[in-house]
Design a protein around this ligand. Structure first.
Ligand code: SDX
Length: 434
């Protein structure tokens, strides 16, 4: 056996075929199985894609065993400490860190697109004031396709780039609009002299009747949180965006599909679920009872913010967020009882055999809500915060996929387990047992 192929023998027919090994820069190789149906008349079978690489990508690398996360090769720890979200957005889109001039041009370009069409605001008034912000996000971001369909020729790289810039620029404006809908306050226009995060904080918390001063610590904390949430290779929502985009669908509709997938509590919705879990636990003395529930196979209850499909070590993003929690809470005059509870819950869980055996650690969602809460963001907006940041990763992957000359529509097969062929029974001949 060479180090470039594996052999697969079908015991039913005795036929042996070569399976090419597809190697990347880092990480395990992939086994090329695209031809096994043609050669052996059988499908590969991997529900939940536990061992399936769906594509090749140059954007983000994760080593789940070591707890490593690289954006275009740069460690997340270095970017969180030294970069900014808008610079990370440039890096994820274009593959290299920008020069000062490139960064300034990109920053201006994005800020130039932050306003939304005034007609688009009517979509907000179609929702009840208490609509969940993620439901509004799915609808309003998806409606962008109705405003730009005549200037989105996805075969044109320039059009694709403009769509990407529009999405990165407009999603925060729409997100702040969701919050204002819930608050019954008027939407605030972007202030393009502010930073990307400063602009978002202003659109969220400013009101027309008084001045608003962006808090630099809140601005920096948000910038780091957005960097940490920007991309994560083929997570469920990014895979959704790629799947939707593979048919040539409108990019704004693809990002709306990504928002829908992110909303689930098993994915980005976990940050909202963590806060609700901590509020439900309420007291350190109740922790053992909830840990017992999480371990009980007969109880579907899970510790939200714990575990990860890829990380079987501490999520490097959770480690950074936990350290920012201390800083933000101190700046707000003290701790948060839910943060103390979260720290204790982590300590107990990480010393419990069940979690150790299954390599369940806190993930990016476990502590992020503590910071959002300290910044005044309501719980139902937590996943919207995640969506703002992940829009950068989604559009970076969409651009990468659309530029791939070998790109095909994603069309998986299935193992059929339904009834074998049978004949139609006319109504008058049917009995209850049919
Ligand atoms: C994100 O993919 C990404 O990269 C996502 C993300 C990103 O940046 O895009 O990192 C963001 O979505 C983070 C994950 C947020 N979700 C949660 O915090 C929800 C709680 N965690 C889980 O439901 C779960 O851990 C998943 C969904 C995150 C991962 O599930 P897997 O990989 O399918 O693992 P599994 O369900 O097969 O669990 C393996 C075992 C099972 O026990 P056994 O059947 O072996 O006895 O671990 C147990 C599970 O019951 N388990 C948990 C648990 N998570 C897994 N038990 C208790 N509490 C948990 N949280």
């Amino acid at each position: 056996m060479s180090d470039r192929t594996l052999k697969l023998t079908d015991q039913r027919s005795g036929k042996t075929i070569d399976l090419p090994l597809v190697k990347g820069t880092l990480g395990p190789p992939g086994i090329g199985v695209g031809h096994i149906y043609r050669e052996l008349g059988a499908f590969s079978y991997d529900p939940g894609f536990l061992s399936t690489a769906s594509c090749q990508s140059n954007i983000t690398y994760i080593d789940g065993e070591q707890g490593i996360l690289l954006y275009r090769g740069y460690p997340i720890e270095q970017l969180a400490a030294q970069s900014t979200f808008i610079e990370v957005a440039y890096l994820l889109l274009y593959g290299e860190l920008p020069t000062a001039a490139q960064l300034e041009d990109f920053r201006r370009l994005i800020l130039h697109h932050t306003m939304i069409n005034e007609t688009l605001k009517r979509f907000f008034t179609g929702f009840y004031h208490d609509a969940h912000p993620m439901a509004v996000m799915v609808g309003v971001v998806g409606s962008l396709s109705a405003f730009y369909h005549d200037s989105t020729d996805i075969a044109n790289p320039k059009h694709r780039e403009i769509s990407a810039h529009r999405l990165i620029a407009k999603v925060p404006t729409i997100a702040a609009g969701c919050y204002k809908l819930n608050m019954g306050e008027p939407m605030m226009y972007p202030q393009n002299h502010l930073s990307y995060c400063g602009n978002f904080l202003h659109m969220m918390f400013a009101v027309p009747c008084e001045d608003y001063e962006v808090d630099p610590l809140a601005e920096r904390a948000l910038d780091i949180l957005f960097m940490l949430h920007a991309d994560h290779e083929q997570n469920a929502s990014t895979a959704t965006v790629r799947q939707a985009g593979s048919s040539g669908a409108d990019p704004f509709a693809c990002i709306a599909a990504g928002i829908a997938s992110l909303w689930g509590p098993a994915h980005g919705g976990a940050n909202e679920a963590v806060l609700k879990m901590l509020e439900e636990i309420g007291d350190v003395r109740a922790i053992p009872r909830y840990i017992a529930r999480a371990k009980d196979r007969d109880d579907p209850y899970r510790l939200m913010g714990f575990g990860h499909r890829v990380y079987k070590n501490y999520d490097p993003r959770a480690r950074i967020i936990r350290s920012i929690c201390h800083e933000v809470l101190e700046s707000r005059g003290g701790s948060d009882p839910l943060f103390e509870l979260a720290l204790r819950l982590e300590e107990i869980a990480l010393n419990d055999e069940y979690f150790i055996e299954r390599k369940l650690y806190p993930n990016v969602d476990f502590y992020s809500g503590i910071i959002y809460r300290a910044l005044g963001v309501p719980v139902n907006m937590f996943t919207v915060m995640f969506a703002i940041a992940r829009t950068v990763g989604w559009v970076a992957h969409w651009l990468e996929m659309m530029a791939d000359p070998d790109q095909k529509i994603g069309r998986p097969r299935q193992i059929y387990t339904g009834p074998a062929q049978r004949d139609y029974v006319p109504l008058e001949k049917r009995t209850a047992s049919d």
